[in-house]
Design a protein around this ligand. Structure first.
Ligand code: TYM
Length: 336
């Protein structure tokens, strides 16, 4: 990473859970921006495997998903020559800083997190301490790298606000520990909704697989899912209050093609929803086709992937160690 510029390049940090089934929502809300930011900023991206184990995982399946998600990051266009890319658990400073942040985060703050409330309902038999403390680990991820900007979808906004609160509070107590990060949430694509229930976020945990498009879905599956997408009975392609299904499809089409809502409305004037859904499906297939091809090629050379994540973790660790040691000293621990 080039730090020799007279003006310091901004640092970007973001991470993604190795869910194995990354969706179009992950792509448009986050990954697409991660790729776009690489030339302008110092970008650091991680596979959040420690976050993934806050819900019960099958070990063999998780290991496979971590590698696949790593390959998928490269396949969408994250370039290890330009960006640091690594697996969170390979950089031990994340867990170490998280402990210190836990001691500076209030029980009430974590209890208010809507994702915690949702997930504890969904996993009522396993409301573990990790699930509760998940946002302070996320804060540690970000603050370790003194990140300026964090590109995420809208569902992570509350966690980012908590990160800012923790950083600001600790800066007050311990004097200038952390850069206070800003969220970077795209105008279009920040909240891709389910194709079956457009009032709900598109998520791979949807019980109905027709609700989400996986980045690695085959073109025929993508087309089928878009053709079945829930819309309304008005048959006018127009962005308007109450037209959640059409609004969502317009958002997806706009994010993928770069066209504005006005242009899309003009393009489909006098045409039915069938034509529109086909066009959205085709545009998505076109955008994801090269990703799938690159993914297949990358998965054929596991040794090369291993080299990339090992090198990424080493470089990230050097960066992270600096912040951690500063924090340890300032809170009163004795350096190693
Ligand atoms: P995760 O793995 O759930 O999602 C990864 C990214 O995808 C975005 N996203 C969406 N965007 C638009 N529409 C959707 N339907 C949609 N679904 C998901 C998310 O907003 C996210 O940006 N806790 C984080 C991972 C994490 C992290 C971090 C993120 C760990 N440490 C530090 C930023 C900084 C998570 O579970 O994201």
């Amino acid at each position: 990473m080039d730090n020799n510029n007279t003006e310091r390049k901004k640092v970007i940090f973001s991470a993604i859970q190795p869910s194995g089934m990354l969706t179009l929502g992950n792509y448009l809300g986050a990954l697409k921006n991660w790729v776009a930011m690489q030339d302008e900023y110092n970008c650091i991206y991680a596979i959040a495997d420690l976050h993934a184990i806050t819900v019960r995982q099958e070990p063999a399946k998780l290991r496979k998903q971590i590698i696949e998600t790593f390959a998928l990051l490269l396949a969408v266009g994250i370039d290890p020559q330009k960006s640091l890319v690594f697996i969170q658990s390979h950089v031990p400073q994340h867990a170490e800083l998280a402990w210190i942040l836990n001691c500076n985060t209030q029980f009430g703050e974590l209890g208010r997190m809507t994702q915690f409330k949702e997930k504890s309902q969904r996993h009522a038999d396993n409301i573990n301490v990790g699930l509760f403390a998940y946002p302070s680990l996320m804060a540690a991820d970000i603050l370790l790298y003194q990140a300026d900007l964090v590109p995420v979808g809208a569902d992570q906004k509350q966690h980012l606000e908590l990160t800012r609160d923790i950083a600001t509070r600790m800066n007050g107590v311990y004097n200038n520990l952390f850069t206070v990060p800003e969220p970077y949430i795209p105008k279009i694509g920040a909240r891709v909704m389910s194709l079956q229930d457009p009032t709900k976020k598109m998520s791979k945990s949807d019980d109905n697989p027709n609700g989400y498009v996986a980045i690695l879905d085959k073109p025929e599956d993508i087309m089928r899912k878009f053709k079945r997408a829930v819309t309304d009975s008005e048959a006018v392609v127009k962005y308007a209050e109450g037209k959640d299904g059409i609004n969502n499809l317009m958002g997806i089409y706009s994010a993928v093609t770069g066209r504005s809502f006005d242009q899309i409305e003009a393009e489909f004037e006098g045409k039915g929803y069938g034509d529109f859904k086909t066009a959205v499906g085709e545009a998505v297939c076109e955008a994801l086709r090269p990703v799938r091809e690159r993914f297949d090629a990358l998965m054929k050379d596991k040794a090369a992937l291993e080299d990339i994540y090992r090198e990424g973790a080493q470089a990230a660790s050097r960066f992270a160690a600096r912040t951690l040691s500063k924090v340890q000293k300032k809170v009163g621990l004795i350096g190693r």
